[in-house]
Design a protein around this ligand. Structure first.
Ligand SMILES: Nc1ncnc2c1ncn2[C@@H]1O[C@H](COP(=O)(O)OP(=O)(O)OP(=O)(O)O)[C@@H](O)[C@H]1O
Ligand SMILES: [Mg+2]
Length: 356
């Protein structure tokens, strides 16, 4: 039986681009389907925003060709990069396709660690990433990444400090590390406004925002300035932390920021001496709480000595590549991006993510 190219082409045309939810046939992203003997070669272009879900999309292409039974014995998928710049957001003109706030109801559960790790993982996958430290009282991102410097102002825009390809903005660049800064509410609002509106972020796929602990002030400011794509709620497995996480979910709900999902941090400890797992703070509580709260569970990151030690030394960039952290973070980022894409696919006709 010869390969029926037309059937394959029609079936593939209906697949939806992960970023926009539009069919790849209509957007021109299915740039070719060719037969080479019994093998079908499919050429598809995806934007860098979709790189975290590229493997899943390849699977979908393979499955589609398989199920249309058009005589293809073998399938190859060739991806190329689609140039698709972001549309400036809101009135402030921030050019970012997805804005993600990483928060929790409780201090010290690892928001900054997870926010920075997500930014690094996305960047390592090839996405264009910005990282904004919205914790103006206790900025920790410059320390985690081991970067310093004073942002310059060029053409009326604050130039971020770069960690490799990631544009970073933090109050830590503006004040000395041991200096106490007293912030009044309106000043806080002003600082966040400057970070978002007056910083030259460039064209971003993802802007990751590390939220401060506590009240919803900053979340409210953010949601009034830009359409925040969604939030990631970080918690540790103990019951007290989980209760605070539920409050964080409610807080994001009040500010109309959709919750993309929950991450369980410090989830078990894998002993480097014997490889055994010890559930110091418990394990699995976040998954249960996520289900109860009707939000997705994105994954967990174990308590990890390398993560703690390298972060303290300003080398979190190394820690995310560690054999325990890398797969865990890859899974979380992939799940997070799938949720973002579900939202894109659901608009404007389908239901959006639950705003609780
Ligand atoms: N998975 C992990 N394994 C080991 N150490 C971790 C892990 N996650 C976070 N830590 C460590 O826990 C401490 C607190 O983390 P982090 O500063 O990210 O928390 P936070 O929630 O941002 O705190 P704050 O509320 O003060 O902003 C840091 O020393 C960090 O290195
Ligand atoms: Mg923090």
């Amino acid at each position: 039986m010869s390969v029926n190219l037309e059937i394959i082409q029609t079936a593939l045309s209906d697949l939806k681009d992960p970023e926009t939810g539009r069919t790849i046939g209509s957007t021109g992203q299915l740039s070719g389907v060719e037969v080479q003997g019994k093998k079908v070669v499919c050429s598809v272009s995806l934007s860098t925003h979709s790189l975290p879900v590229q493997d899943g999309f390849r699977e979908r292409i393979l499955e589609t060709v398989r199920t249309c039974r058009a005589g293809a014995a073998d399938v190859e998928v060739q991806f190329s990069e689609l140039e698709r710049p972001p549309v400036p957001l809101g009135q402030i003109g921030l050019s970012a396709k997805s804005v993600i706030a990483v928060g929790s109801g409780k201090g010290g559960v690892g928001k900054s660690t997870i926010a920075t790790s997500i930014a690094l993982t996305l960047s390592n996958m090839g996405c264009k990433v910005g990282l904004m430290d919205a914790d103006v009282y206790g900025p920790s991102i410059p320390h985690l990444l081991g970067i310093s410097g004073r942002p310059e102002v060029k053409n009326g825009k604050i130039q971020p400090i770069y960690y490799e390809k990631i544009a970073v903005m933090s109050m830590g660049f503006m004040v000395e590390e041991d200096q106490a800064v007293i912030w009044r509410g309106p000043m806080l609002h002003g600082a966040i406004t400057q970070f978002l509106r007056d910083t030259y972020w460039g064209a971003l796929d993802y802007l990751i925002i590390d939220m401060p602990p506590g009240t919803g002030d900053i979340a409210l400011t953010l949601s009034q300035m830009i359409p925040v794509t969604g939030s990631v709620v970080v918690c540790t497995p103990q019951q007290v932390a989980l209760l605070d996480a539920v409050k964080a979910i409610a807080m994001f709900g009040k500010t109309k920021i959709p919750v993309l999902g929950m991450v369980e941090n410090m989830s078990g400890f894998i002993c480097p001496d014997n490889g055994k797992r010890y559930d110091i703070f418990g394990h699995g509580g976040a998954r249960i709480k996520a289900e109860e709260s009707r939000v997705a569970f994105l994954g967990d990151v174990p308590l990890n000595m390398q993560m703690r030690a390298e972060s303290d030394e300003g080398r979190i960039g190394n820690a995310v590549l560690d054999p325990v952290c890398k797969p865990a973070l890859g899974k979380i980022v992939q799940a997070m991006c799938e949720r973002i894409n579900d939202r894109a696919a659901a608009q404007p006709n389908g239901p959006a993510l639950p705003v609780l």
